[in-house]
Design a protein around this ligand. Structure first.
Ligand SMILES: [Fe+2]
Ligand SMILES: [Fe+2]
Length: 179
């Protein structure tokens, strides 16, 4: 396994989170109640894994390495802009959940930003996977794949991945998520 496969595997797990967020949005829009404690887990998972582990693998290692070859710089620029968009949406979800907890009915904005986040994930990961295919085929050497793979395998990253999987499994098992 190399660095590109690690990122693909991250995406597989993030797609599970995406499915949970989609369920959450659908339930809220249908007027069903979801415990705030459950919903609060979503921005926590985004912050704890999607942003701090997965984006940092892409932004701090993978993109700069691919950029060294020159051919995919425009794609990288767009993917980075999308990461910023994603951070803003996640902050909106978190902010509206906090307002909801403080007593303001925030069902509508929470549902809306969750839907936006799902659409973002679908679009971004699809584009990025096409980018991974090209980077793997046209740019990265086996040695670079191996070196970045080693770099990605830190104990902090591994434990955050485990934590995300546990959290996603918990949410998948909740009643609102199953129906
Ligand atoms: Fe990305
Ligand atoms: Fe990604």
């Amino acid at each position: 396994m190399g660095a590109t496969d690690t990122l693909r595997e991250d995406h597989r797990q993030i797609r599970r989170l995406q499915a949970v967020i989609s369920r959450c949005h659908a339930a809220l829009s249908a007027g069903r109640d979801i415990p705030l404690d459950d919903m609060d887990r979503i921005p926590r998972i985004i912050g704890g894994f999607v942003d701090s582990v997965h984006y940092s693998r892409e932004e701090d290692s993978y993109f700069p390495c691919v950029a060294g070859y020159g051919g995919l710089n425009e794609d990288i620029r767009r993917l980075l802009i999308e990461h910023e968009f994603s951070r803003r949406i996640a902050a909106k979800i978190e902010g509206h959940l906090a307002a909801w907890r403080a007593g303001r009915d925030s069902r509508e904005p929470v549902a809306r930003y969750m839907r936006t986040y799902c659409i973002y994930l679908e679009d971004h990961m699809g584009k990025e996977e096409a980018f991974f295919d090209r980077a793997e085929a046209e740019s990265l050497s086996p040695e670079e794949e191996r070196q970045m793979y080693e770099q990605f395998r830190t104990s902090v990253a591994d434990s955050r991945m485990d934590e995300m999987v546990r959290e996603v499994e918990y949410l998948e098992g909740r009643e609102w998520c199953k129906t």
